[in-house]
Write a protein that binds this ligand. Structure first.
Ligand code: ZN
Length: 269
């Protein structure tokens, strides 16, 4: 019976993730154009035909329509079902790790915001304020409501841990940006990255800020070098840093915090 309920809830949460992924597609498409994400309903960008409810089922509709618009047969990017699938897998993984805990819905919300920020940053080279500033306001409040987020008890301890994390994330990246800008004699990093780090500090605490700082730099070095070697990017070309921060934050939420503690134990902290 336990197994049945586990599969039942996991399926439901995966499906919920797919639906959030579908909404994420709408947000990625519309927020940079400053359009409402609620209205009008989705339409084919080519022929403008409204997408009917039965053609708007995450992943399945794309497969059934073989990636083409029902009316004009214009191709629909495989990016849409992939983003839905990615969101579904993230939601499922968070559920499997944290189960019935306030961390589960809050981390799902954070993953949604991070994916939104990542894809907009990759396309447009900026991070939306409604994600970063929104998170800097929302996560201290949620930390008061759920101090478990920071492994503490009581609203004041939760708020304190969140604000320390926020200050650590924003402050550390402010300093890195100031140093980098002085050294490179050009803007080293966007302001959006500072706000993103503030948001993540407020959610995950100051320990995560240190982890994300190292891990994002490492990921940036490895992936950035890879892209240059594969001649996808010029050495001088700008690669947004937000996606590396998001990648590091995902890995923290999906178990990196435990690995980090094991590492600290190994080196004798
Ligand atoms: Zn069409």
């Amino acid at each position: 019976m336990m197994v049945f309920w586990m599969i039942y809830w996991s399926t439901l949460i995966f499906a919920l993730g797919l639906c959030f992924g579908s909404f994420l597609n709408v947000c990625i498409w519309r927020i940079p154009k400053e359009k409402s994400v609620a209205w009008p309903p989705s339409a084919c960008p080519k022929c403008g035909t409204r997408i009917k409810g039965y053609d708007n089922i995450p992943v399945l509709s794309w497969l059934l329509l073989r990636g083409k618009c029902r009316s004009c047969k214009a191709p629909i990017s495989v990016g849409y079902p992939l983003i839905e699938l990615l969101t579904g897998l993230f939601f499922l993984t968070i559920w499997l790790i944290y189960g019935v805990s306030p961390k589960t819905p809050i981390y799902m919300l954070a993953v949604f915001g991070l994916l939104l920020g990542t894809f907009i940053d990759l396309e447009e080279m900026w991070l939306p304020d409604r994600v970063t500033i929104g998170g800097m306001i929302l996560f201290p409040l949620l930390s008061m409501a759920a101090p478990e987020l920071h492994g503490t008890v009581g609203w004041f301890a939760g708020l304190k841990a969140s604000l320390i994390g926020l200050a650590a994330g924003f402050g550390l990246f402010w300093a890195i940006r100031a140093l980098g800008t002085a050294a490179l004699k050009k803007e080293a990093m966007g302001c959006g990255d500072l706000k993103l780090m503030g948001m993540l500090g407020a959610l995950l605490g100051w320990q995560a800020v240190i982890y994300i700082t190292f891990f994002s730099a490492l990921a940036g070095a490895v992936i950035g070098t890879g892209l240059i070697v594969m001649k996808k990017k010029e050495l001088s070309s700008q690669i947004p840093y937000g996606p590396y921060i998001a990648l590091a934050a995902f890995s923290w939420m999906l178990g990196g915090d435990r690995l980090w503690n094991i590492y600290l134990n190994l080196v004798g902290f």
